[in-house]
Design a binder for this molecule. Structure first.
Ligand code: PAF
Length: 252
């Protein structure tokens, strides 16, 4: 690839600024923009390669310290969803954007978390509309796998902590929370996020995921987000569309 073509190819990548406190001294003082170029390309390659480790020589000590600067190379923030997105989901995306410059949303109606007589088949699926909403919010990546129940047979099946899963909603939905932790852990393994955002609306789910993450010693930080409500107080949920006007009123 010729040098000029190379530069053009890089026009579209995210341009980062090295931390000025670190980049305005030593070698950086004499090479303006040098470290901005370094962090931009390193971040771009991290996004493409998603490595677990990256090795930099101490010979270029200033470069090493600038790359280590976590605020600059902000991690990947992940919002897991089952689609049929509404303003509640968008508030999770806004929280993710506060944490990171790079946000990924997954959309997957997970068969493992539905019981045999539950609403898996009729669960609302609005992918085109979801993608438009995420594009408007400038989400960097959307992961919408088309795994069938059979495809999921091979994934690691986890058990939610029974102390937490045998009460509240879990009491009435056997295996539901096992299905949730299994898929969330699987997506964590695929996506390797630094942060994952879960709404407090599903408080039991949030606590069970926090428990899973700490007992498996996962590096992802679980970030809770406030419940987003309609004007009448009803917590926003994709399943609200099943409710009649009077049921909505009652639920609020
Ligand atoms: O809260 C949900 O929408 C789902 O339980 C989740 C976390 C996306 C897992 O399928």
């Amino acid at each position: 690839v010729s040098q000029s073509r190379y530069l053009e190819d890089l026009e579209g990548i995210k341009k980062l600024k090295a931390n000025p406190e670190l980049s305005s001294i030593l070698c950086g003082k004499f090479r303006p923009n040098h470290f901005d170029g370094v962090v931009s390309i390193v971040n771009h390659f991290f996004e493409l390669i998603k490595p677990d480790y990256a090795i930099f020589g101490e010979k270029d000590f200033q470069q090493l310290k600038i790359i280590e600067d976590r605020e600059l190379l902000s991690g990947l923030a992940y919002v897991p969803t089952m689609g049929a997105l509404h303003s509640g989901h968008l508030s999770l995306v806004a929280k993710a954007k506060e944490l990171s410059e790079r946000v990924i949303v997954s959309i997957f109606v997970n068969p493992l978390q539905f019981g045999p007589n539950e609403d898996f088949d009729k669960y609302p699926r609005t992918l085109d509309q979801d993608l438009t909403m995420l594009k408007e919010k400038k989400v960097d990546y959307v992961f919408c796998p088309e795994f069938s129940r059979e495809d999921l047979e091979g994934i690691k099946k986890l058990k939610a902590n029974p102390e937490l899963s045998s009460i509240l909603c879990g009491k009435f939905r056997p295996n539901h929370l096992d299905g949730v932790v299994s898929i969330v852990n699987h997506f964590f393994e695929l996506i390797k996020p630094d942060y994952a955002i879960f709404g407090e609306k599903d408080f039991q789910q949030l606590k069970i995921i926090e428990d899973m993450s700490s007992s498996l010693n996962l590096k992802v930080k679980i970030i809770p987000a406030k419940t987003y409500r309609e004007a009448n107080g009803l917590a926003m949920s994709s399943r609200n569309q099943y409710l009649s006007e009077s049921e909505r009123e009652k639920a609020s």
